[in-house]
Design a protein around this ligand. Structure first.
Ligand SMILES: [Zn+2]
Length: 198
């Protein structure tokens, strides 16, 4: 295939009886989406392309912007030698990632009213930005429904240790990954909790 992937991207290949799936990842965005090749009963091959994420998640548009040129180029490279009659090309359609039950999260209730005031998502054993994004993607159904301040937190150090950890704020506004000490993070969280009922 006459195509080279950008250095910031990688892919894995999975296959079963019915299809080949190429799953694309980005260095900092995490999972971008996948390209599926499957045979149709009439002997045609179908290529479909899906960007990871929910349409309501602003990060889906960011993933789309990164993934679409690659998806278009690969689709082009696969279809041109075969001739257009052999394939049916489909548009990119957003898809929900499956729930990741390895992701631990903690719901912090408001001390006054008892309602959910914040959510912490723990990306265990990693400080890698792409893996923080993977956790954010997989936990979106939870914090998207709760609509409270939510952070994805990289591997925690022992309590009292002031070593910074990677923190990705994902709701209500997304912020770039920041390095925060547990003390600084707890101060930020305290401010959010204190303002819940005020
Ligand atoms: Zn409250």
């Amino acid at each position: 295939m006459n195509f080279s992937l950008p250095a910031t991207m990688s892919y894995t290949h999975e296959q079963d009886d019915r299809y080949h799936a190429y799953i694309f990842r980005h260095d900092t965005l995490g999972e971008l989406g996948r390209i599926l090749l499957h045979g149709l009963p009439n002997g045609q091959r179908q290529i479909s392309s899906e960007v990871a994420g929910d349409p309501a998640d602003p990060m889906t548009a960011v993933r789309m912007k990164t993934f679409k040129p690659v998806s278009d180029a690969i689709t082009q490279a696969l279809t041109s030698p075969l001739g257009v009659d052999d394939t049916a090309v489909m548009a990119i359609t957003p898809t929900m990632a499956p729930p990741l039950d390895m992701v631990a999260s903690r719901i912090i209730p408001c001390g006054h009213c008892g309602e959910t005031a914040a959510i912490l998502i723990f990306a265990e054993q990693t400080t890698d930005t792409a893996e923080l994004e993977d956790c954010a993607l997989n936990m979106l159904p939870q914090y998207g429904e709760a609509q409270v301040d939510t952070w994805v937190i990289g591997e925690m150090t022992t309590p009292g240790d002031d070593t910074p950890v990677s923190v990705l704020k994902v709701w209500p506004e997304r912020e770039p990954v920041a390095m925060m000490s547990p003390r600084d993070f707890n101060q930020t969280l305290d401010i959010v909790l204190a303002s819940h009922c005020s």
